[in-house]
Design a protein around this ligand. Structure first.
Ligand SMILES: [Zn+2]
Length: 195
């Protein structure tokens, strides 16, 4: 619901229009600079009064609950940053996106990427939900079933070391390690998660 700024110069009835989560109920007088105020009802049920300009410019999209929920989300995100799943998610991001990361040459540089669903803050929550729904356990690691494909729900699973080692062996074999002895520990860049 974007409108041109210029219409705000003159009176424009905003009653009934919706901006973000706010539906304009009625005009609610003027502020001390004689700017028109509008009473709005938020999707969450609360009422709030705001300037038409802020509605039209989308500066004000809720009664404040949107901001609060974003803040809550951020807080939750920070709170989870000490968890093992977060460390794994972070490591995945580093390997795929940070050229300064040691393992980047085996991942990002080779086109191994993270699906959009798992990118960014919301992506972490999606990854967390997927993990919990798909057998995440503390002693399991994230495993890409097809080593040539990136991180996504369809190509990943939580696997124990021996499964992952067997799987990685196939990948490793075609990369640089020749025939890999399964009894040897994996070379560092191939460890997909750190405890
Ligand atoms: Zn609200």
């Amino acid at each position: 619901m974007r409108m041109e700024m210029k219409i705000m110069g003159k009176f424009k009835d905003l009653t009934g229009l919706k901006f973000g989560k706010l539906t304009v109920i009625e005009q609610a007088g003027h502020d001390k600079y004689n700017k028109i105020l509008w009473k709005c009802k938020c999707d969450c049920g609360k009422e709030t009064i705001t300037h038409g300009r802020d509605l039209v410019n989308e500066h004000c999209k809720s009664c404040g609950c949107l901001l609060n929920s974003n803040r809550k989300e951020e807080g939750r995100f920070k709170g989870l940053s000490k968890t093992r799943i977060y460390t794994i998610w972070k490591g995945m991001n580093q390997r795929c996106n940070n050229p300064n990361c040691e393992a980047y040459s085996y991942y990002g540089a080779k086109g191994i990427d993270i699906c959009d669903e798992w990118k960014g803050t919301q992506g972490f929550f999606n990854f967390l939900a997927w993990s919990l729904e798909n057998g995440y356990e503390k002693d399991l690691t994230i495993d890409r079933m097809d080593g040539n494909k990136g991180y996504s729900p369809s190509n990943c699973r939580w696997a124990d070391w021996s499964t992952q080692r067997r799987n990685q062996n196939r990948t490793v074999a075609v990369n640089q390690y020749g025939t890999w002895n399964l009894k040897q520990p994996l070379p560092e860049p191939y460890r997909e998660s750190e405890e």
